[in-house]
Design a protein around this ligand. Structure first.
Ligand code: ZN
Length: 737
């Protein structure tokens, strides 16, 4: 099916970005507001301030308000910092950046945000180029008569029994990145079908339905001359002073329930005159009711970097919460794998506020696994994401979507709620939490859940049942060889109907390297690192905390730490101040990791900065971490960083922590650091060498025979790690003689 939706002539008018008139917000300012509780939000709404978040939430949030409202907020003890005094020039500035990005052409079609006609044309071109697998279709018509377009993608052949997955964007007009991402997914699924066997096999069993712009009227209004860049709702004429309904409050799931909803037509969360009152939500409902085997759904929004699962309207967990969580974590891992960005998984109530009448809850209520993904950034500059971040956001979203497709394609999804192991310490057993979920109504047979372990590349594998903790939750006990070989491992399980799943797939295995502690600083004594500004060693005094939390009163271990101003907050208008550890000789190391205990409070990076960098033999400082949002630690936590790219096998490695730069207001208590260590992998042992003397000989045979029998924990003689010193260990010695 090919439907012509536009002619090229229509497009010529929109080649350069157009923007709303800039005098709409004359006298208004943009402000960062510190929200402590829901009452603060209500107070600001009652004043007439306009929140720029997709979901209102505690902590820092961006709002539009007049200077008078800002003054009233401060009198009400709501910390309010004006960031833009002139909205018109703010919009001009953004237009300028967009024009430059579009003219540069970097990122191709994704160099800049695209209007409704541009998106429609691109969808049509994608379908025209591969009509065997892609077709454009009409979902419905908006209030103002615009067509809502979708694209369906699946392998040729009878699609009747295939699973259906839905991705949509732009229920909320101003969240522009949420349009670019679904278009990118469509384009790269079509591309992948031609050259990526995994995507081919997904599309053999799945039809992907994509609707990039659910709310074309609102979306066009955010670009139009005389429109409003900050518009969120659709464009219903409410026959009064205010237009629009919040489409993401109009769905039939606890509609108008009072959580983040309003019956005022002027509110940004106006629920509409009745449930499903809007042609846009009606059209999407009709589409979904026409999809058999509808299994999963993502409703894209921005911003905050969140993966929100059902339920959004209640604290009662969904009956399939373990599956919703496991799929959320799989998507998180997909997102993180591309550019390292964190997307927090939880219900709206876990991470923000409850919200009634949302799309994700409705699709979940009709049997799919429904999610809201809030895209980049975490905070400032909100939905005005710089165009240079369109492609990275699309790239990581595509990996998130592939993780979702893998999850619904595999009979069992295997994931690791606390991550995988980097290291095992020789002679210790490490517990690894394993989640095994059968996503689509099947169930796993817990008696078939195993870990397969060997020591070193050529060791013999032992099979050990996982410890079952109920539901899909298991624990694997992973030992480290006493002789310093790496531990290789993988998992498998079957469903009750006999379907098999391995992790990782194929014949690859996971590796936990034997670790060697190279440097350790407990901070019980002064390490005498070189310092600038208020960096020092000693006991913190619990001071500071004008914003965020005050300093701790002792270390993570012992009393002393390294900290920036042990007696209070960092200064305003600070330039970068470093503390430098090293240089360390790390010659011969592999897989070098930095670990330390952190207690950090710092304002979001639009204003204040905290960072860590590493310098190796090349002699240039490389940043390995910098705050991506406001950080308000209230307890010590252990953090680890992979510094192998700079530090592996380098003869002179320095590490520095940096406080600053900071801006003119809002002080926080800054860095506190304890228990710093540097570790690296070693592959010290020889397979078959029971007594760790570097030789495989008769002494090893005799050692095995003298310890014959069951082994509790890790035993040197148990070189095939099956908790038995037996003939398999003997055979491995002989094989490596
Ligand atoms: Zn939104």
């Amino acid at each position: 099916m090919i439907t012509t939706i536009l002619t090229a002539a229509t497009i010529l008018c929109t080649l350069s970005p157009s923007s709303p008139t800039t005098d709409r917000y004359k006298g208004w300012v943009m402000a960062n507001v510190e929200i402590a509780c829901p009452e603060d939000i209500q107070f600001l709404r009652d004043l007439g301030a306009k929140s720029l978040a997709c979901y209102d939430h505690p902590g820092q949030t961006q709002m539009l308000m007049t200077e008078k409202m800002a003054e009233k907020a401060r009198l009400h003890h709501i910390a309010t910092k004006v960031t833009e005094r002139d909205i018109a020039s703010y919009i001009k500035k953004i237009d300028q950046v967009r024009s430059e990005a579009r003219n540069s052409g970097v990122g191709g079609w994704y160099s800049d945000f695209k209007t409704w006609p541009e998106v429609n044309l691109h969808l049509q071109q994608l379908a025209n180029s591969d009509p065997d697998i892609a077709s454009v279709f009409e979902v419905g018509t908006s209030h103002e008569g615009r067509t809502i377009w979708g694209i369906k993608i699946t392998s040729p052949g009878d699609a009747t029994d295939r699973k259906r997955i839905l991705f949509n964007g732009c229920q909320h007009a101003r969240e522009w990145i949420a349009v670019m991402v679904p278009v990118y997914i469509a384009e790269h699924l079509i591309e992948g079908w031609k050259n990526n066997p995994e995507i081919q096999s997904f599309l053999d069993t799945t039809e992907v339905v994509i609707v990039p712009i659910v709310n074309p009227d609102g979306y066009e209004f955010t670009y139009a001359a005389g429109g409003d860049r900050f518009w969120r709702k659709n464009r219903r004429n409410n026959s009064g002073s205010c237009e629009g309904v919040d489409l993401n409050r109009n769905w039939d799931i606890d509609w108008n329930g009072g959580d983040s909803t309003s019956t005022s037509t002027c509110s940004d969360v106006y629920v509409g005159p009745s449930v499903f009152s809007e042609p846009e939500t009606q059209a999407m409902r009709t589409l979904i009711e026409s999809l058999p085997n509808f299994v999963t759904h993502i409703d894209f929004h921005s911003y905050s970097q969140l993966i929100l699962k059902a339920w959004g309207y209640t604290s009662t967990p969904h009956p399939d919460d373990e599956i919703l969580q496991a799929l959320g974590e799989a998507m998180h891992d997909g997102y993180q794998s591309v550019h390292g960005e964190q997307y927090t998984v939880g219900t709206p109530g876990d991470v923000l506020y409850y919200a009634d009448g949302t799309f994700q809850d409705w699709t979940t209520s009709v049997g799919a696994l429904g999610y809201t993904v809030e895209l980049r950034p975490t905070g400032s500059p909100g939905f005005d994401l710089p165009p240079s971040e369109i492609v990275p956001t699309c790239e990581e979203s595509f990996e998130g979507v592939l993780a979702m497709m893998r999850f619904v394609s595999n009979p069992v999804s295997i994931s690791f709620p606390n991550g995988l192991l980097q290291f095992v310490n020789p002679g210790e057993i490490h517990e690894l939490s394993v989640s095994m979920q059968s996503p689509l109504g099947g169930s796993i047979d817990p008696t078939t859940a195993n870990i397969h372990i060997r020591y070193g590349e050529t060791g013999t594998e032992a099979t050990i049942p996982l410890q079952h903790n109920g539901g899909g939750v298991f624990t694997a006990n992973i030992p480290g060889s006493l002789c310093g070989l790496s531990t290789k491992y993988w998992f498998d399980v079957e469903t009750t109907s006999g379907q098999y799943q391995r992790y990782p797939t194929g014949d690859t295995v996971l590796t936990a390297s034997a670790s060697q502690l190279i440097e350790e600083f407990t901070m019980d004594q002064n390490p005498n690192w070189s310092t600038e500004g208020l960096w020092s060693w000693g006991q913190p005094t619990g001071g500071g905390g004008q914003y965020g939390n005050s300093d701790p009163t002792s270390g993570a271990s012992g009393n002393n730490v390294i900290g920036y101003n042990l007696n209070g907050d960092y200064e305003n208008n600070l330039s970068e101040k470093h503390i430098v550890a090293g240089p360390f000789d790390l010659s011969g190391t592999q897989n070098t990791q930095l670990q330390f205990s952190r207690y950090l409070n710092v304002e979001q990076p639009a204003y204040d900065h905290a960072s860590i960098s590493v310098k190796g033999d090349v002699g240039l400082w490389q940043t390995i971490w910098t705050n991506q949002s406001e950080i308000t630690d209230s307890q010590w936590q252990t953090v680890s960083y992979d510094i192998s790219a700079v530090a592996d096998n380098a003869s002179s490695v320095s590490i520095r922590w940096t406080m600053g730069s900071t801006d003119t207001a809002w002080q926080y208590s800054g860095w506190n650091i304890d228990d710093v260590s540097i570790s690296a992998s070693v592959e010290a042992g020889v397979v078959g060498d029971v007594n760790c003397d570097g030789l495989v000989n008769v002494k090893d045979i005799l050692t095995i025979i003298s310890s014959w029998g069951p082994c509790e924990g890790v035993c040197a003689e148990d070189i095939v790690p099956d908790e038995n010193i037996n003939v398999s260990d003997l055979l491995l010695v002989i094989a490596n003689w």
